[in-house]
Design a protein around this ligand. Structure first.
Ligand code: CDP
Length: 796
């Protein structure tokens, strides 16, 4: 008689199962958008504006049309005849598809050529003559609101200036009162620079309109295929059931592949007009200069403190530069994303946040790069502010945090901005981290080294991140509620296929969703295939970003498995000839309570669903579940770094970095560790070496991988990961919290705090990222803060 199966052996939860998708990736057998070749396929290239702000006086495309092999030249004027020169954004703004009146950023799409091959299309783009009349340029929020500033969005009615929104949250009066009663007020002001997700694969699409069937199939690099289908239906006015979006393998997304880009729209229109498949594959410079940037935000704030170290209140203001179009993908209710998750891990009675968003002559920015809608900026400011406040008080960094953390027994905890956090062991994580870095010893070494002219520093950063939007009560994008889905079909031999509305871009869903099914049903993970990314087959979902997959789609996988188990229980009762109430479940097997030896496996139930079901039961073993999470999940992490700064050159090296992540139950510990290492690598890159900015003319400086450096294994420091703190999420079906973004969110402040700590005593309070050697050297030499805010001279 069969027995319950061993969960780890079947690749269930807790198994460090090797990633099944890697089988095809490491053999070069992935199937990316650019790998797809369709019969009769044409190629599209985009002509981009060299200027950041200019009126278009004329566009002459005649020479491009004359080039043999050119099939179509699209301009804004032609798009306008089909009402497609502008498209709606995911933030209720509009964005130019191809410029008609003006160009508003360097790199903006001006025209497209569709030709037999990409080289002909590129040559033809260069044959297009555009007559521009340059206009004054705005590259930061200060310039955007200055008297006499040119109005960038003069295309919009009721837009007399460059302000997109003024938004506030929290308790203004209560915060004022708390500040009036404070013993000490600590202040900080900084700029979180523009950064770029830089997926290895750029964006691209192949649109294939079939006139005979009226069906439009688009293969594309999107993290959210169903949202794109809805957007295409709206923009191109095509019936939704005649649109099929297929998101094949994706070579990294990190938020860059959520928005709708003009290239997608143009390739679709071109395919409809030419009745041939049209492929557009963006090049690296195009990706760096024109697709969704992240951050570029000015943060300032202050904390009201009691002499003993208790934080009484927080006040924050942000000025966000959104570029020429407000096209962030974020819940519509919150104009500055989830910025107000700042200080959620700290027990702070009252807080107030004001946020202003402005247009500038830059590519549309503000996408959530590996974070939940501005959480990275929130946590960065939080931890930089906490360090400054502890220093101002003369308190120990660890002690100051510990005394202000939300206590383990204080959950559920209402944050001063209104979120409800549900669980965590913040002080324990900090203790594990401090022990791992050998805190006391390091402080001693640091003091001794200082005596010998060596600059050592230690930086702590903590973060708690709201992961898993929705719930649908509060979270929507363009009115579409944020929930997710899973469909599970168990075949008669007990093998299964699970489909979700999420879309993996490298996070390993094909491995981990199968592990959840194994955990719930006892079907070995290797018997479960996972499929995502095809809107004709996958159930509706909001896609993968904001680490929402495990909290929402992963929960849906657990819930749909439970539906299957409920039906399998009925089949088991029938097979065992007892009533359902007499049946017990152990992993992979139902048995009779009074006779545990009498049982049937889940596989035996599966065959019965097709071959021996009871009278009146619907055959088959399929189900779909839509999961609307009751709340966000709130993972917590502590990152601690030690560095040595060379006072002669400003170069700094990481001595040690420890990471303590509590993401609740880990489905696949190996994948979780990979996510943390990837996030820390990105955090290190942002803080140390990635430099992309704008000069006063709006030229994008650093839009290449010579300046905007991606760290390789050579540059990346080692990371020591700790997994001993596990606080299951109380409302997630398997107790998991998201993890994908945590390290990228919380990491940067640890590096910056460490360098600033190394400079303690010099009066330097802030150096804006990236902490390039010349900036650090300037801070040391002149004992002053160093700003990295644009405009930055191009020859700097
Ligand atoms: O939405 P995204 O997939 O980017 O992020 P995530 O939900 O945090 O998951 C990233 C990867 O880590 C997925 O393969 C998850 O299944 C896995 N994971 C895990 O094994 N255990 C967790 N508690 C959270 C995520």
């Amino acid at each position: 008689m069969s027995q319950a199966v061993d969960e780890i052996k079947i690749g269930g939860i807790g198994a460090s199962r090797k990633r099944v998708e890697d089988n095809r990736f490491i053999r070069g057998k992935g199937n990316y958008t650019d790998d797809i070749v369709l019969p009769g396929m044409l190629h599209m290239e985009i002509l981009r504006s060299p200027l950041a702000h200019a009126r278009i006086k004329s566009i002459d495309t005649s020479k491009a049309w004359d080039i043999p092999g050119v099939h179509l030249v699209l301009t804004g004027e032609m798009m306008a005849t089909r009402n497609l020169a502008w498209m709606p954004t995911l933030s209720y703004d509009t964005q130019a598809v191809l410029a008609t009146d003006k160009v508003r950023f360097q790199g903006q799409e001006v025209a497209c050529v569709i030709a037999d091959d990409p080289y002909i299309a590129k040559d033809a783009c260069e044959a297009i003559i555009v007559d521009y009349e340059p206009l004054p340029v705005i590259v930061n929020p200060k310039q955007a609101v200055a008297d006499g500033a040119p109005v960038i969005r003069d295309d919009k009615e009721n837009q007399p200036d460059n302000v997109i929104y003024d938004w506030e949250v929290g308790d203004r009066e209560g915060t004022d009162r708390a500040f009036a009663a404070a013993d000490l007020v600590s202040k900080l002001e900084l700029h979180y620079p523009r950064s770029h997700p830089s997926p290895i694969e750029c964006c691209g699409s192949i649109a294939d309109f079939n006139r005979a069937t009226s069906k439009l199939t688009v293969y594309m690099t999107t993290q959210a295929p169903h949202i794109i289908r809805a957007a295409v239906a709206m923009v191109a006015e095509l019936p939704e059931h005649m649109i099929r979006i297929i998101s094949p393998d994706i070579g990294g997304g990190f938020g860059n592949k959520v928005p709708v880009y003009p290239g997608y729209v143009c390739s679709i229109l071109a395919s409809i007009l030419l009745e041939r498949p049209v492929k557009w594959i963006e090049d690296k410079s195009g990706n760096l200069i024109s697709t969704g940037f992240a951050r570029d935000i000015y943060l300032k704030g202050e904390v009201a403190l009691r002499r003993d170290g208790k934080i009484l209140a927080v006040r924050m203001h942000t000025d966000a530069d959104h570029g020429a179009f407000f096209s962030d993908a974020q819940p519509s209710k919150f104009k500055i994303g989830l910025m107000h998750s700042a200080f959620a891990a700290y027990d702070i009675p009252v807080a107030h946040l004001t946020a202003r968003g402005t247009y500038s002559n830059k590519a549309p920015g503000g996408v959530a790069y590996r974070c939940s809608f501005r959480v990275t900026e929130a946590m960065f400011f939080q931890e930089r502010m906490i360090q400054a406040a502890a220093d101002d008080l003369g308190m120990d960094q660890g002690e100051f945090r510990r005394m202000n953390f939300v206590a383990d027994d204080a959950f559920p905890h209402r944050t001063p901005f209104g979120f409800l956090t549900d669980s965590g062991q913040y002080a324990k994580c900090l203790d594990v981290g401090l022990k791992a870095i050998d805190y006391e010893n390091f402080r001693r070494e640091q003091a001794e080294a200082r005596g010998r002219g060596r600059l050592l520093g230690l930086g702590i950063s903590t973060m708690t991140e709201p992961l898993g939007a929705g719930n649908s009560r509060e979270y929507d994008i363009l009115g579409i509620k944020m929930f997710d889905s899973a469909e599970l079909k168990v075949h008669m031999t007990g093998k299964a296929i699970v489909r979700t509305g999420a879309r993996t871009q490298g996070q390993g869903h094909e491995t981990t969703w199968a592990q959840i099914v194994a955990h719930e049903l006892g079907i070995p993970a290797e018997d479960v295939v996972v499929e995502e990314g095809d809107t004709d087959t996958a159930p509706f979902g909001m896609g993968t970003y904001a680490s929402r997959s495990t909290p929402v789609a992963g929960a849906a996988v657990a819930m749909v498995s439970r539906k299957i188990r409920a039906k399998a229980r009925k089949l088991a009762a029938h097979l065992l000839e007892v009533s359902e109430e007499d049946i017990e479940w152990e992993l992979g097997r139902f048995y009779v309570r009074s006779a545990p030896d009498r049982g049937v496996t889940i596989q035996e139930c599966a065959i019965a669903a097709y071959a021996n079901m009871p009278d009146g039961m619907e055959p088959g073993l399929d189900a779909t579940a839509y999961y609307d999470p009751p709340n966000l999940t709130w993972p917590f992490a502590v990152y601690i770094v030690t560095v040595e700064v060379d006072p002669e050159t400003g170069v700094w090296d990481v001595l040690k970095m420890v990471a303590v992540d509590d993401c609740g139950v880990r489905i696949n510990p190996m994948i979780v560790e990979g996510q943390i290492m990837g996030g820390l690598t990105e955090a290190y890159a942002m803080s140390n070496m990635q430099f992309i900015t704008f000069d006063a003319d709006g030229n994008c400086v650093g839009a290449n991988y010579m300046d905007y450096l991606l760290p390789t294994a050579w540059e990346t420091p080692g990371f020591e990961l700790h997994s001993e703190v596990v606080t299951p999420c109380p409302h997630h079906p398997i107790g998991a919290k998201g993890i994908g973004e945590c390290a990228a969110v919380g990491g940067p402040a640890a590096f910056v705090n460490a360098v600033i700590d190394a400079l303690s005593g010099t009066g330097v309070r802030n150096i804006d990222m990236p902490l390039l050697p010349d900036r650090v050297w300037e801070a040391i030499t002149y004992r002053r803060d160093v700003s990295g805010a644009p405009p930055v001279r191009s020859d700097d």
